[in-house]
Structure formats: structure tokens, C-alpha cells
Design a protein around this ligand. Structure first.
Ligand SMILES: [Zn+2]
Ligand SMILES: [Zn+2]
Length: 616
């Protein structure tokens, strides 16, 4: 075969095509598909990845490859295929998908010695690779199942990846795994420095059987002989990226199952309805582990305690707390709102808002400051109203800090502790713990006697079509974590979430939820695609969003429902205004096709960012 003359290179930009570069004589025997190269792109030195070769280019004069950065390909042919499929499904470029796979250090133009893959003694599985959905309410039995599968995978000379929703889980799991398996264990999470990440990454890539533990991006772990991917707490929203290309890790795992023949296990105390329905359609093996007995469940109808409006704690809950304290039990009060108060206003109508996001600021008691829940900006609490100079600003909308101060006042004899996402350690010594749902991280390391959910109504009334499903999953988990009793305070006692929780009727819940989603045209009955336009000038952003909308309308078929352009759920973030258009249809592919057609005709301005988010 004659040496290749032209390399097709992709870069980390939302540009669909690859770009042609001339291969100089010195590089001809070293270049290979999947290797990183240094190239000139828009007159800037950039890292690219070779995805193909060709003999002719439609351009007369080509820039040369400046340097080859890898000794062996950092991107295998399987991963290239994976990235192609991700780009087809999520509408990102192949380059963006490849660069989400690469560790941080390899996104920079430094030469790295990439190990050659060892083709050791890997055996094929005796049976076909499969996808499993473990619905495990016991929080324990799924691990027996997973470990058994892991053992087989390692015996076959292959490796396994466990995705966990948080760092706390990873730490707990690492200890468990070390007791059972004697293979190298690698941890890929955000706590690593780029150098540490690269070292582990290169070690994994060698192909020696190992176990990788990690959050999100560990799903891309580069082992050449992948045998198993486990996603623990599948229903957790952390597995959906919050920025472009908005990948959902469940989908990445499924694509790796198709391409690399690895088994996939999703495990959850209460799977999301999207996964539940999908697994049913695709005939995944569904395995259920239910406990013999559930802890007690008590509903407090808050409409009976209207006189108590100013407090978080109904009389029955107050009594329960007294009893728990007397019997030296541990009680957790869960409320999903951080901070002390959420709105600070003046009687003239002025509200303290974040200057960059236009949302009301949360008062954080510990910091004695106002904090923006979106961007983290901090402000001093002013002594007088910045608008009318009145001397008194009042606060409303309580968060867990306020609940904590109320509890500390009512039960001066108790040790009260607080736990949320930012807490560095768990308040082990406390008998009353005020927590956000971050408490679920402690599911297997701490024993809780009684758990009470304080703000059911607020959580159910969020502007999010998934809130009922999220709340049901959370309550199932809390009920299982509570040794004795779960208590819920609400004025909405007739909600199906609560009925199904009382009976622990999962099928009943899914049936109702599916019906509602169908009525409203939300996943899993339809696929969504939201196009978000961001920019500094509100009128301009809206006007441009409207232009995209008009283009969509020209191309649209009747099977796709297109929403009017509207401000995003977060209308302004970090000084940028955000407008959204949502496409809904039965086919994710058709949504994407339409969006791309419209964007191809749309003249993109430099000061405007347009992103595509495919859901689910
Ligand atoms: Zn802000
Ligand atoms: Zn005022």
C-alpha cells in the first residue's frame, strides 16, 4: 500500500466536517488513525485527531501536519465508532465527542507515550452480552449480582467500569471492591490532577484486567477489553451532562455494549421512567430485589395545622422528634433547599437579585452573605434598601439553615447538625440532622431511625416535568434508609406519588406517570430537543431565536411539534440571556435532522452561542 498523503483531522469545535492536512514525508510511516496531531487551525496551533486518510482533497494547497503527538493511537477504532454514534445521536461534532473522551492532559498539545495494547488471553463470554436493569429496593442484593458478573468478566481477562453518582459512593465502593477482588483499581473523578488522571488513563489503556470507579466521564474509560459497565443509582440526574454535548451516560454505556460487546447493568432503587420503559421495549433482563418488609410510612396533612403556618414542624412531627430524642434515636429532617432564606425584599418592592443572573439571592447564615444559587456570586446584606433607602429589609422563603435554627430553638437539649452537598463531613454525633437530599449519599454508611420530608409540596411543584418521578425515587430511597419510619408533611395528600409510595406500588406509579407524560408529550413517550440561544443583548438574542424558529417552521413536518421561542428556565445566567425552542416528536433522529437543517441556513453571529440538547 502506498503511504497516505492526506490526513482527515477533527478538532474540538462544533464543526461537523473533518479537515484535510498534508502528511509530510517524515511522518508518513508514523501517522495512524486515532493518533493526536498538532495542526494549524484558523492560524492557531491546535490539537486534532486523525480520523481517516484520502488521496485527493478539493483544496489546492493544504497545511501540513506539524507534529504527531502520540506513539500509539490514543483513540481506538471502537472509540472512534462510539464517537460517531454519539455525534449522530446528540448532534455534537465527532471532534467534540472525541475530546470528551480524551483526558485533560491529552487535550493539550503535548507529546505522550501511549502504550501499545496488549492482546492478552481474553476469552469470549459463554453467553451473549446482555443489558440488565436491576430494580433493587434492598440497596444490597444488587451488589451480590454485580460482583458475580464482575468476577466472570475478570476471569475472562476483561475489565469493568462502575459509575457512581458521587465521590462519597466511590470511596465506600473502593473499600468493598478491595475486599473482594485482587486486580488493579483505578479511580477517575474530578478530584484528580491532570497528571494523575493521565497516569491512570494510560495504565487502564494497557489492557490488563482492572476495575475502574468513577463519576460521569469514567464511562469513557479506555480499556481495550471492556467486559462490563455498571451504572449505580441510574435514576440520578448527575449522569446527564449539564453542558454541551449534553451526553447521557446511560446512552454512552449502551453504545459501548453494541460496539464492544460489553455487558451493561443499570441499578436503581427506583429506575427513572425513561430507563424503565426503554428496558421493557428493548427486552432487557429486568431483575427485582424487594425487601420482605418496609419501614412504616406516615403522612401528615398540613392543612390540619394552618395555625402553625410560621413553622416548618407540625405538631405530630414535633412529638415524634421529642420521642426520638428520649429514646436516643437519630432523626433526619430533609428539605431540598439550601441557605437561610431565599428572598430578601423591601416594602417598596425592591428585591435583592444577582447582578449577573437576575434571580433573587439566597441568604447564607454561616457566611452572613447573600449568594446566587446559579453562579455563586456573593454580596453583603445591605444595611438599607438600595432603592428607597428604607432601613428594614425582610426575608422570606426558608431553607435548611432556617430550619436548623428553628430546630435548635425548639430542642435546646438536642445536638443538631446540618448536611448538604458542601458539607465536608457527616455530623456523626448529632441526633437531629437537617439535610438536603445529599443525605442519600450516606445510605450504606450510617443508620437512620426516622426520616421526615419537610417540603414535599415545594418539590412537587417545581418547573420540571420529571419532578414527580424524582420525588418518588427520593422517597422510596428515604423510606428504605429509615429503619423505623418515613414521615411526609404535605397539603397534597391525594397525589399519586404518595398513594403509590404508601403501598410501594411501583407498577402503579409507572403506569400513572407514563399516562401523564404521554398526555403532555414528554419522554419517554416523545423525544425532546431543545435549542438554546445565548448572548449578552436580550433583544438581539430573542430576535435571533425567532429567526431560527422561522427557519424551523419552513422545514418542519407535521410530526414535529415546535414550541414558540421562550425564555429558558434560567432566563439569564452569568450576564447572558437565554432563549429556548423545544422540538417534540416520536423520533430523536427527526428532531435532530430538522434542527440541523435550520442551523445550516442560519447565519451564526460570533457573539451568539447556539446549543442543542437531546433528551433523553
Ligand atoms: Zn448569579
Ligand atoms: Zn425599598
Amino acid at each position: 500500500m502506498p503511504p497516505p498523503k492526506i490526513a482527515q483531522v477533527v478538532v474540538d469545535l462544533p464543526l461537523e466536517s473533518s479537515f484535510d492536512y498534508a502528511i509530510g514525508a517524515t511522518f508518513q510511516d508514523k501517522i495512524a488513525i486515532g493518533k493526536r496531531v498538532k495542526v494549524l487551525f484558523n492560524r492557531r496551533e491546535t490539537v486534532g485527531v486523525v480520523v481517516g486518510f484520502k488521496d485527493k482533497s478539493r483544496f489546492f494547497k493544504l497545511n501540513p501536519i506539524i507534529d504527531i503527538l502520540d506513539t500509539n493511537p490514543s483513540v481506538s477504532s471502537e472509540i472512534l465508532k462510539l464517537c460517531e454514534q454519539l455525534s449522530d445521536y446528540y448532534g455534537c461534532s465527532q471532534g467534540e465527542a472525541i475530546f470528551s473522551y480524551l483526558p485533560n492532559a491529552l487535550r493539550k498539545s503535548q507529546r505522550v507515550d501511549i502504550p501499545a495494547v496488549s492482546f492478552g488471553d481474553t476469552k469470549d463470554f459463554s453467553q451473549e452480552p446482555k443489558c440488565f436493569l436491576l430494580h433493587d429496593v434492598t440497596l444490597q442484593k444488587s451488589w451480590e449480582f454485580i460482583f458475580e458478573k464482575t468476577k466472570k468478566v475478570l476471569e475472562a481477562g476483561k475489565s469493568a467500569v462502575f459509575l457512581m453518582p458521587s465521590v462519597e459512593f466511590i470511596e465506600q465502593m473502593e473499600l468493598k471492591i478491595k475486599e473482594v477482588f485482587h486486580v488493579p483499581i483505578f479511580i477517575l473523578d474530578k478530584k484528580l490532577t491532570p497528571k494523575q488522571e493521565l497516569e491512570s488513563w494510560l495504565e487502564i489503556k494497557k489492557g490488563t484486567p482492572c476495575i475502574v470507579l468513577g463519576t460521569l466521564s469514567a464511562v469513557f474509560a479506555p480499556m481495550p477489553h471492556l467486559g462490563l459497565i455498571v451504572i449505580y443509582e441510574e435514576e440520578n440526574m448527575v449522569y446527564k451532562q449539564e453542558q454541551t454535548p449534553f451526553l447521557r451516560m446511560q446512552k454512552v454505556a449502551e453504545f459501548r455494549f453494541q460496539i464492544e460487546g460489553a455487558q451493561v447493568i443499570f441499578s436503581s432503587v427506583c429506575p427513572s421512567i425513561e430507563t424503565y420503559q426503554y428496558a421493557k421495549e428493548k427486552k432487557w433482563e429486568m431483575i427485582r430485589f424487594f425487601p420482605e418488609k418496609y419501614s412504616a410510612f406516615q403522612l401528615i396533612d398540613m392543612s390540619n395545622y394552618k395555625s402553625q403556618k410560621a413553622t416548618f414542624l407540625s405538631f405530630p412531627l414535633q412529638n415524634l422528634i421529642y420521642q426520638s430524642l428520649e429514646q436516643n434515636k437519630r432523626i433526619v429532617l430533609v428539605m431540598n433547599r439550601k441557605g437561610f432564606t431565599t428572598t430578601t425584599r423591601c416594602s417598596c418592592g425592591f428585591i435583592m437579585r444577582c447582578s449577573r443572573c437576575d434571580v433573587s439571592m439566597t441568604y447564607r447564615y454561616a457566611k452572613k452573605k447573600l449568594v446566587c444559587r446559579h453562579c455563586g456570586e456573593e454580596q453583603e446584606l445591605p444595611k438599607m434598601c438600595p432603592s428607597c433607602k428604607a432601613a428594614y429589609l425582610h426575608s422570606s422563603g426558608g431553607g435548611i439553615e432556617k430550619l436548623e435554627s428553628e430546630v435548635a430553638r425548639v430542642y435546646p437539649q438536642a445536638k443538631v447538625g446540618r448536611y448538604d452537598r458542601d458539607s465536608e463531613r457527616f455530623p456523626q454525633e448529632s441526633n437531629i440532622i437537617i439535610a438536603t437530599q445529599a443525605i442519600t449519599k450516606m445510605q450504606s454508611s450510617v443508620v437512620f431511625d426516622v426520616i421526615a420530608l419537610i417540603d414535599f409540596d415545594a418539590q412537587l411543584n417545581r418547573f420540571d416535568f420529571r419532578c414527580a418521578n424524582k420525588l418518588f425515587s427520593l422517597l422510596v430511597l428515604l423510606r428504605q434508609m429509615a429503619k423505623e419510619k418515613l414521615l411526609v408533611q404535605t397539603t397534597l395528600r391525594n397525589e399519586y406519588v404518595l398513594h403509590n409510595l404508601e403501598k410501594m406500588d411501583f407498577e402503579g406509579f409507572y403506569k400513572k406517570e407514563l399516562m401523564l407524560r404521554k398526555e403532555l408529550g414528554f419522554p419517554p413517550s416523545k423525544h425532546l430537543l431543545s435549542m438554546m440561544v445565548r448572548g449578552k443583548n436580550e433583544d438581539f438574542v430573542f430576535e435571533q431565536t425567532k429567526k431560527i424558529y422561522d427557519l424551523l417552521k419552513i422545514e418542519a413536518s407535521s410530526s414535529i411539534d415546535i414550541s414558540d421561542p421562550h425564555p429558558d428556565v434560567v432566563p439569564k445566567l452569568r450576564d447572558k440571556y437565554r432563549f429556548t425552542i423545544v422540538l417534540k416528536s416520536k423520533s430523536a433522529k427527526n428532531n435532530l435532522k430538522l434542527a440541523k437543517k435550520a442551523l445550516n441556513c442560519f447565519k451564526r453571529r460570533k457573539d451568539l452561542v447556539v446549543t442543542i440538547n437531546v433528551d433523553p
